[in-house]
Design a protein around this ligand. Sequence first.
Ligand code: DP6
Length: 327
Amino acid sequence: MVSSGKARAHTNIALIKYWGKADEAYIIPMNNSLSVTLDRFYTETKVTFSEEYIRDVLVLNGQTVDDSEAAKIRRFMDVVRNIAGTSMYAYIESDNFVPTAAGLASSASAYAALAAACNEALNLKLTGKELSRLARRGSGSASRSIYGGFVEWEKGYDDATSYSFPIDADHWEDELAMIFVVINNKTKKVSSRAGMSHTRDTSRFYQYWLDHVDEDIASVKHAIKDKDFKYLGEVIEANGLRMHATNLGAQPPFTYMVEDSYLVMDIVHQCREAGYPCYFTMDAGPNVKILVEKKNQQAVIDALQKSFEDHQIIASDITRTNVEIIE
Ligand code: DP6
């Protein structure tokens, strides 16, 4: 028996960050998080199960991979086999659609697409909530990539209660965009998984972070309801910086910010002063993402172009499309 399924999932960027796990094995987070799903960056994954296969094989952008990421995917496939009650291995072909060399491939879109492709191939008939729970087992942020638009991940307290759901924004997403500034990084990479674990375990500021996330989530939901961009921006910028501050409080401390990250933050401030509201956020790397209303997108790009090359500046709409089966 051979069965296959192919799915497309878009990546997401957290406006209120997930930073720290309560349970490492099941990927239960310490706090709720909230994201927007991006139109421009996505993953398409085809999975084929067969009794003939003797192990899981992963082909990423046309190349067979057999590294720590492949090991992670095999562990995820064990979760899938367990749910499906099958012992079949799989051949997984995955393509990331991100501008070349931008280094923006994301585990969020990867595991959301893989979860949906497995659901289709094995006819599991998982609901959106169950798909989000499954994607979460691969990478926490993937639980949010099941949905388009604004999405909240409810931390829950166990496997059954930790999943994401969409937030109705009355199509406000259509008026917003995110600009990525891709910054070349010469410093050693600290993965989000390692960074958040070290910070959760050692940061003097971590409890302060936890104590304020819920109010940030509530504020963002108010801003969405009122379509209040300035309020939304102020809350998300402060939340992102607070997450990065927890890393500075870790022992030993570390940071994802490099000189050019600060330069982008400066440009964002200048744009605001010039009457173009826009707000930045950063994740586990030096790149800076800027949330802006579409009507001001070009003005912000123009300002960035004075300091960065065209290929470093990538704008994306926010998509309201959920993970979908293709073919
Ligand atoms: C800073 O979802 O990549 O982007 O669950 O360990 O796979 P794992 O981590 P991951 O972490 C994302 C961290 C973040 C913030 C966010 O996306 O919420």
